[in-house]
Design a protein around this ligand. Structure first.
Ligand SMILES: O=c1ccn([C@H]2C[C@H](O)[C@@H](COP(=O)(O)OP(=O)(O)OP(=O)(O)O)O2)c(=O)[nH]1
Ligand SMILES: [Mg+2]
Length: 157
């Protein structure tokens, strides 16, 4: 377990914590009340700033319950918090529900921070790349909705 120095920019904000042993994400809260109309987005402050150790990244993920129940997501999911960043963590929330506004109150848990080790790469220019089974196939090269992998005859409701 790595230790991450944290500064509370808002004295009322809880230190991010994991809800259960084994959880990957520590919950982040909003320090402001905010209402998002359908389709609206807003950059929301969380009241915390971190000093992630070199070699680590913080990924700001949506919470699945708010996504499933209300359509709340994060525009740039997952947001990338660099180890050199010392500013307040902010979350670019978006209401993807087509009809209902979403109201969030100060202190509501709006996102979860996943801390991961990260590799830094050195990009080395070459004349050609090694061959693989996939090759240049991408963006649907293996098929899409037209070729379901479960036969229609057995799908019952
Ligand atoms: O959800 C997020 C994503 C990013 N950040 C902060 C930390 C991160 O280190 C910094 C820059 O993020 P990113 O590199 O994704 O944004 P950019 O648009 O490339 O900005 P910059 O030019 O500052 O790198 O913004 C957050 O607070 N929340
Ligand atoms: Mg950047």
């Amino acid at each position: 377990m790595c230790e991450i120095p944290l500064v509370r920019l808002d004295p009322d904000v809880p230190v991010p914590s994991y809800a259960h042993p084994g959880d990957a994400g520590a919950d982040l809260v909003t320090t402001v009340d905010v209402t998002l109309a359908p389709g609206e987005r807003e950059l929301v402050p969380t009241g915390v700033a971190l000093a992630l150790p070199d070699g680590f990244v913080g990924l700001v993920h949506p919470r699945s319950g708010l996504a499933a129940k209300h359509g709340l997501s994060i525009v740039n999911a997952p947001g990338t918090v660099d180890s050199g960043y010392r500013g307040e963590i902010k979350v670019c929330l978006i209401n993807l529900d087509p009809r209902e506004p979403i109201t969030l109150r100060r202190g509501d848990r709006i996102a979860q921070l996943v801390v991961q080790r990260v590799e830094r790469a050195r990009f080395v220019e070459v004349d050609s790349l090694s061959e693989t089974a996939r090759g240049e196939g991408g963006h649907g090269s293996t098929g899409g909705f037209a070729e379901p992998l479960i036969s229609a005859a057995r799908s019952t409701s």
